[in-house]
Write a protein that binds this ligand. Structure first.
Ligand code: ADP
Ligand code: MG
Length: 382
């Protein structure tokens, strides 16, 4: 439904997107995850046509809509966008806001009005159709925006951090509603966020943006199990990072890493060389706390914090030499100041090269040589 082929976007010398290739299949829900400034909004705008690409090509449903020369204008792309700030017309009632995209497509006012009411009922606002945006809460306004986006059955729905302005309890509920409504409507969605929970909760597939590059694309499960870079690992939730050295590399894809004098076997897709410095990145799910006397624990640690979280406790523990592991779940409380043993499961430990230049990257990210023109290379080199 949407395809980006080697797309780059520059604002003057500022690179917002670098050589991004991405495709969103029909009826899929794709989420792009990245920190602030990673190029998420630029990518969405290039899909919408409110920004034009500098290089590459954008296709919508097989049609070339931008090749950096004559872009198809936004109103001819049959898309709908949902924004963080709702972007409703303040002088229109909820019903009129939702009917607006239909009216623009020359649907008769009676049909547009009926469909707007039906859509508002589906988002749970059947009783509030006559309200103006200023008479609605943030969550209600976002529902109106969602109804407006869905009503004209666009080819593609674009979401730019739509939950950021809502408070946390409402955010969770709206996330579920968006996921349900979009899937019930069999719509195709591209959704951007900086929030990992939101991304994993909504997506069929997640793309991760790091400084304008798409560094990984896959299911939430695949990204969590095998993050392509240290950056992706950090963005998707770590308990902590432990420095180590490679002791042995097995033929079976298992590398043995020495961490604080102890040995830890970790599966890896790469082959770091023996003796090289690595970082072991630990997912919270890999950490288990045990009585310190147990022979099967890898490290001793001191409990710094134990926070009740409903289904149990989340702990922060300090290993002997100052390194901490946080978000360590246990069903019962290990008291602050007590000593515990720490066991690490292989699954959930990830090994990346250490060093300033590598930034933990073992698996290759597109390097600058793959970029097509001198302009982009120069801008990246600056
Ligand atoms: P995100 O949505 O992930 O926060 P953006 O796409 O807004 O990222 O921005 C990506 C990069 O492009 C940032 O470095 C940002 O400062 C820059 N940028 C965005 N819009 C403009 C603009 N209109 N002019 C110049 N630089 C811009
Ligand atoms: Mg943004």
């Amino acid at each position: 439904m949407l395809e980006f082929r080697q797309v780059s976007k520059l604002y003057g010398q500022q690179v917002a997107l670098a050589d991004v290739s991405l495709s969103v299949e029909r009826e899929r829900f794709v989420v792009l995850l990245g920190p602030s400034g990673s190029g998420k909004t630029s990518l969405l705008r290039c899909a919408a046509g409110t920004e034009h690409i500098s290089e590459g090509a954008v296709y919508l449903d097989g049609e070339l809509v931008d090749d950096g020369r004559r872009p198809v204008p936004p109103e001819r792309r049959q898309l709908a966008m949902v924004f963080q700030d709702y972007a409703l017309w303040p002088h229109m009632r909820a019903r009129e806001n939702v009917a607006y995209p239909l009216r623009r497509r020359r649907v008769s006012s009676s049909v547009a009005d009926r469909r707007a009411r039906e859509m508002l009922a589906r988002v749970g606002l059947g009783a509030l159709t006559e309200r103006y945006p200023s008479e609605l809460s943030g969550g209600e306004q976002q529902r109106v925006a969602l109804a407006r986006a869905l009503v004209a059955r666009p080819r593609l729905l674009l979401f730019d951090e739509p939950l950021s302005n809502l408070d946390p309890s409402l955010r969770d509920r709206m996330r579920v509603e968006i996921g349900t409504l979009v899937r019930d409507a069999r719509a195709t969605a591209l959704y951007i966020t900086h929030d990992q929970t939101e991304a994993f909760g909504l997506a069929d597939q997640v793309g991760v943006l790091d400084k304008g590059r798409l560094v990984q694309f896959g299911t939430p499960e695949a990204i969590y199990a095998t993050p392509a870079t240290a950056f992706v690992a950090r963005l998707t939730g770590l308990s902590g990072e432990l420095p180590g050295d490679v002791a042995r590399v097995g033929a079976d894809g298992v590398v043995t890493v020495r961490v604080f004098g102890r040995e830890l076997a970790v599966p890896t897709r790469d082959a770091p060389s023996p003796g090289s410095s690595v970082m072991v990145m630990v997912r919270p799910s890999a950490v288990e706390l045990l009585p310190p006397t147990r022979p099967d624990c890898l490290f001793r640690a001191e409990v710094l914090d134990a926070a009740f979280c409903g289904r149990g406790y989340e702990h922060v523990v300090q290993l002997v030499n100052g390194h901490q592991l946080s978000s360590v779940f246990a069903e019962h409380r290990w008291e602050r100041g007590s000593h515990v043993g720490v066991r690490l499961a292989e699954r959930g430990c990830l090994v990346f090269a250490r060093g300033p230049a590598a930034d933990g990257v073992i698996q290759g990210v597109a390097d600058t040589d793959s970029l097509k023109t001198g302009r982009l290379k120069r801008a990246l080199a600056d």
